[in-house]
Design a protein around this ligand. Sequence first.
Ligand code: 13P
Length: 248
Amino acid sequence: MRIPIIAGNWKMNKTTAEAIELVNVLKEGMGDTDVKVVICCPYTVLATVKKAVEGTNIKLGAQNMHWEDSGAYTGEISADMLKEQGVEYVIIGHSERRQYFNETDETVNKKVKKALEKALIPILCVGESLEERETDKTFDVVKEQVLKALEDVEASDMKNIVIAYEPIWAIGTGKTATPEQANEVIAYIRNVLKEKYGEEISEIVPIQYGGSVKANNATEIMNQSDIDGALVGGDSLKAESFLGIINF
Ligand code: 13P
């Protein structure tokens, strides 16, 4: 049984005061939920959010990290630095990072391996562009992203990884993939894992959907056979909408 994981990706949003306000309302509204809730906030509010979620089930996540342990990498953050802040999850290879910051399958692979080595749970993001979908390349693109990201990742590490399928055309556009479209690709990703690692492992890896998830479509998405949660951007920034998704 895979436990659903609902993660909020705040992207480049929230000052300290705004973060505290949002987390406080979330805490009040959450109640008892069986889903895992993760907040992936900017580096600058990690410590603040960590403190604010103390005593709750909300876990702390980051949105990126570097693959080296330390060194002359101006502006970068290491896995140990994240661990020190209480981070448990880290988004790796988000399409915005691939698109605007030149992340490649190779750097994504290095980051995934470093995160696992440091006992951080990578939320590995994959997904096709609109053009790739329209030219029937979705399955090939996603397979290649998954296999390259997982190159030299041992089977024993696969229990510590989350995959997020985020079709680029559905991110921030209000255009959600239909639940069936999302489930089809996620089931395909599970099959790619099965070919590489065997059935048992393919069945334990949580695979989320991301892209315009909202309170009013969360139930339908989460009810699909292979979808194990959501990676939420815009609607994780307001307590009411994020609570609606958590309590789908
Ligand atoms: P939206 O929910 O705003 O479409 O963003 C999805 C996303 O990119 C989460 O990582």
